[in-house]
Design a protein around this ligand. Structure first.
Ligand SMILES: Cc1ncc(COP(=O)(O)O)c(C=O)c1O
Length: 370
């Protein structure tokens, strides 16, 4: 017998396909799409999401590190995979063996990789990254031309791509345009390479900086990076659910949860929900956020604990033990959005999703690959 669901995530393949189609429509036909599946596919589940992206016609996958890339290869994923972070020298052999494309920022990294590739008698494909203002990876754009020439001279490497990353495409058009101006001539001079720059906000904000490929994460998962882009029609792919496990009436003056931070002003009906910060629900949501029960928004009372949250269900007629609770998503037309949770926890939608923990099982519906 499978264990009953206490705290789980449901992932909807239909919403995913819809988002893919909408985003496809925002870019030229010839521009390829890389689905960014790092960090457990933004909490949606690495392997299943990658397989689905492969099934629906994605051109590339982007991961953070060799371990994620190897997990995909072992699951049979054959799409090209770009490692978006730095690859440590100790990881390079594995990366080459599993046909992962590496990101290089410097000749020093390239030399190490070249040495390892030659020992293995292999040619390794790489994308050279150019820093135009992100200040993280990449070779500073003013020095990139010479660095690329040196890297291209290494016999074990095949430079196949060239890219940059926008620092603030969601809310700083001036900086984004400046970054683009720094890299566009370089792209034009290297037309034989796969050139890319745009992430989700660069596409949904419609800058037009599509080049040969766009690298999409958040938008594919159905969240508009900027609230002004909600009209595009993206649909969240993930719903985060739990259950009412216990109900009780709490009289005026009593306090609730650790730290006794909430005092009941008049008799309330409280539900204990099987979810906590151990599942990735932020403790910052204590006394701040809502969850849905029978389509009604219910406030969280007191502190979020590791495994349990206390919800005020006074306004929910007929609430019962076993009722489904929605922490993120839609229930009977009422919704809790990722952005709402992010604002309350002083963070961004990306972190809300990637924080959903490993102990939360993911269930997939309307998937082609499952
Ligand atoms: C290099 C790179 N490209 C693309 C993305 C995808 O960004 P987004 O989720 O905004 O689409 C990321 C995500 O952090 C990234 O690091």
């Amino acid at each position: 017998m499978s264990s009953p669901r206490r705290c789980w995530v449901e992932v909807d393949g239909r919403a995913l396909r819809r988002n893919f189609k909408i985003l496809r429509g925002l870019i030229p036909r010839t521009t390829q799409i890389m689905a960014v599946v790092k960090a457990n596919a933004y909490g949606h589940g690495l392997v299943t999401m990658a397989q689905e992206f492969e099934a629906i016609g994605t051109d590339w996958l982007g991961v953070a590190n060799v371990a994620e890339g190897v997990a995909l290869r072992k699951a049979g994923v054959t799409l090209p995979i770009l490692l978006l972070s730095v690859t440590l020298p100790e990881e390079m052999e594995d990366a080459i063996r599993h046909k992962l494309t590496l990101t290089l920022s410097s000749y020093d990294e390239a030399e190490t990789l070249d040495r390892i590739a030659r020992v293995m008698k292999r040619k390794v494909e790489v994308h050279f990254k150019i820093d135009t203002g992100m200040g993280r990876l990449g070779c500073w754009h003013l020095k990139a031309k010479e660095e690329l020439i040196r890297i291209r001279s290494l016999p074990g490497l095949l430079v196949k791509g060239l890219y940059t990353h926008f620092a603030s495409a969601d809310d700083n058009a001036e900086l984004t345009r400046k970054q683009w101006r720094s890299v566009a001539p370089f792209f034009a001079k290297n037309a034989d390479l796969l050139c890319h720059a745009a992430n989700s906000p660069a596409v949904t904000r419609r800058y037009g900086f599509h080049a040969d490929l766009v690298r999409l994460g958040l938008s594919l998962y159905g969240i508009a990076p900027n609230p002004a882009d909600q009209g595009i029609g993206l649909q969240p792919v993930l719903t985060w659910k739990s259950r009412v496990t216990l109900l009780h009436d709490v009289s005026r003056g009593r306090t609730v949860s650790y730290g006794a931070t909430y005092r009941v002003p008049s008799t309330q009906r409280h539900a204990v929900v099987a979810m906590g910060y151990g599942d990735g629900y932020f403790r910052l949501h204590s006394n701040a956020s809502h969850m849905l029960v029978r389509g009604i928004r219910c406030p969280i009372r007191g502190r979020v604990t590791m495994d349990q949250i206390i919800l005020d269900v006074t306004k929910v007629p007929g609430c019962r033990v076993g009722d489904e609770v929605v922490a993120l998503g839609i229930q009977r037309g009422e919704k809790i959005q990722t952005r709402e949770l992010a604002l309350q926890a002083h963070t961004i939608p990306w972190e809300i999703l990637t924080n959903i923990g490993a102990r939360v099982p993911r269930f997939y519906k309307n998937f082609r690959s499952v």
